[in-house]
Design a protein around this ligand. Structure first.
Ligand SMILES: Nc1ncnc2c1ncn2[C@@H]1O[C@H](COP(=O)(O)OP(=O)(O)OP(=O)(O)O)[C@@H](O)[C@H]1O
Ligand SMILES: [Mg+2]
Length: 281
């Protein structure tokens, strides 16, 4: 009987190198906008091949955290390392850093006047200096991965929101990133289009991609995340396996957030003042 349990598992985390340097390391991260201290000391490590879902109420700093990880925002204090390189070092080559980090936003940000293929080849040619033929080959390969080969010559306006988001994911993948950051990638989609996008993200997780995903999709977090991080007020309140953080959270703030998320009707009840007693009875 084999005692090797490394081949199992329901995602690609086991394929990653958990023993080495974390793919992402955030140390003592603070970020203020004027007087508004949005991140108040975040410490977080993401191992190679790990999928971390970040959840938390609106305004808790989730997007700001992701944006600091690829320096779309400059941290006020603290350090961020990607693949062992300190990207907050003032001497770092920021373009080289960004090439290693793919980011997918709620809004897809595709160029409407370019075909799907041209949306994928343009950044490869501009940023990586690939020639037209090589870029087209990588574009085709990544469109195939997201199940959209047949849309290669279409324009974004003729695609559904879910298809546009999958193109945006393919565009990020075509750059060959080491890590992928997703900021609520399905929030702008009609409910029936969410599943196809989540399926692509699940595939990436299975392939061993290192991922940080801000999401309200609790079933995705439960199934795919190795770890769930709950943020509130610019700090990490608790983190752990999804079964623990979503299934039996230890902090009241997490419980409150989840109860509102999982049962919006309850949130409405909580927010609505009690009705006046009916004096007619
Ligand atoms: N560029 C900016 N300039 C000023 N304030 C900002 C900026 N970006 C974010 N903030 C503020 O930082 C706080 C956290 O915002 P952030 O977008 O990180 O929250 P979030 O957790 O992603 O919320 P949501 O779930 O609504 O997306 C908010 O109070 C927001 O107004
Ligand atoms: Mg956000």
């Amino acid at each position: 009987m084999s005692t090797d349990n490394s081949a199992g598992g329901n995602n690609g985390a086991e394929n990653g190198d958990r023993s080495g340097t974390p793919e992402i390391r955030v140390h003592g991260l603070h970020k203020s906008f004027g007087d508004n201290e949005v991140l108040r000391g975040i410490d977080l490590e993401v191992a190679s091949g790990e999928v971390v879902c970040v959840i938390g109420p609106s305004g808790s700093g989730k997007s700001t955290l992701l944006r600091c990880v690829n320096l779309l925002e400059e941290p006020s204090k603290g350090q961020v390392f990607v693949g062992g390189t300190e990207i907050t070092d003032p001497d770092v080559d920021i373009d080289a850093v960004r090439r290693r980090i793919g980011m997918v936003f709620q809004q897809f940000n595709l160029f409407p006047h370019l075909t799907v293929t041209d949306n994928l080849t343009l950044p490869q040619r501009r940023v990586l200096g690939r020639d037209k033929e090589a870029a087209a080959k990588v574009a085709a390969e990544n469109l195939r991965r997201v199940g959209l080969s047949e849309k290669a010559t279409a324009y974004p306006g003729s695609l559904s929101g879910g298809q546009q988001q999958r193109v945006a994911i393919a565009r990020a993948l075509a750059m060959g990133p080491q890590v992928m950051l997703f900021d609520e990638p399905t929030s702008a989609l009609d409910p029936e289009l969410v599943g196809d996008v989540l399926a692509v993200m699940r595939m990436l997780a299975d392939e061993g991609m290192t991922m940080m995903v801000v999401t309200h999709e609790m079933s995705f977090a439960r199934e795919v995340a190795d770890r769930v991080v709950f943020m509130d007020g610019g700090v990490i309140v608790e983190q752990g396996p999804p079964s623990q953080v979503i299934g039996s959270p230890t902090h009241e703030r997490t419980r409150h957030f989840l109860s509102r998320l999982l049962d919006p009707a309850m949130a409405e009840v909580e927010d609505t003042p009690p009705p006046e007693p009916d004096k007619s009875v």
